[in-house]
Design a protein around this ligand. Structure first.
Ligand code: FEO
Length: 174
């Protein structure tokens, strides 16, 4: 693997672990704020982010690449409201989308079509993550300060569960 690509892949592993940490902090804040459903939703997202990092790790091993590990940044831990949390989710996912797009660009510019194919799953995943954050923000804005409506949305968010993703291009997956 080209060294530039290897470096950005390592950096992405760090970003995915940071994402996991951020969602864990959100899950804790939401639990404290009385939103157990949204806390469950962000906990499931924490598990997803761990899987994103783990699959990048496995891919680097599969390609026999050395990973550069570095310090994981401290996540935010305070928000003003449940809407503020999900606006942070969207902002963060937009940042990750830009990072994944950059990874794909580096893979293509180095003619690493195998890495590019592997990254396709991450590109599609980002579209889904931004769409679901946008959808939740829209519903929270409609609910406004209506406690009943907010608690109904919270109940719906609590139905989310984590299913380990299957990423094409990785060996030995279910
Ligand atoms: Fe790993 Fe939320 O993207």
């Amino acid at each position: 693997m080209n060294q530039d690509l290897s470096n950005v892949m390592s950096e992405q592993i760090n970003k995915e672990y940071y994402s996991a940490f951020l969602y864990l902090a959100m899950s804790n804040w939401l639990d404290q704020a009385g939103f157990p459903g949204a806390s469950q939703w962000t906990y499931a997202q924490y598990q997803e982010e761990l899987a994103h990092a783990q699959n990048l790790f496995h891919y680097m091993n599969y390609r026999d690449e050395k990973i550069e590990f570095s310090l994981i940044e401290k996540p935010d831990s305070e928000w003003q409201s449940i809407l503020d949390v999900f606006q942070s989710v969207l902002k963060h996912e937009q940042f990750v989308t830009a990072s994944i797009n950059n990874l794909a660009t580096v893979a293509l510019s180095n003619n690493d079509h195998a890495a590019y194919i592997f990254l396709q799953w991450y590109i599609s995943e980002q579209i889904e993550e931004e769409a679901s954050a946008n959808d939740i923000i829209t519903r929270l804005k409609l609910a406004g300060d209506n406690t009943n409506a907010l608690l109904m949305i919270d109940d719906q968010l609590g139905t989310r569960t984590f299913t380990p993703p299957v990423v094409p291009g990785l060996p030995n997956q279910a």
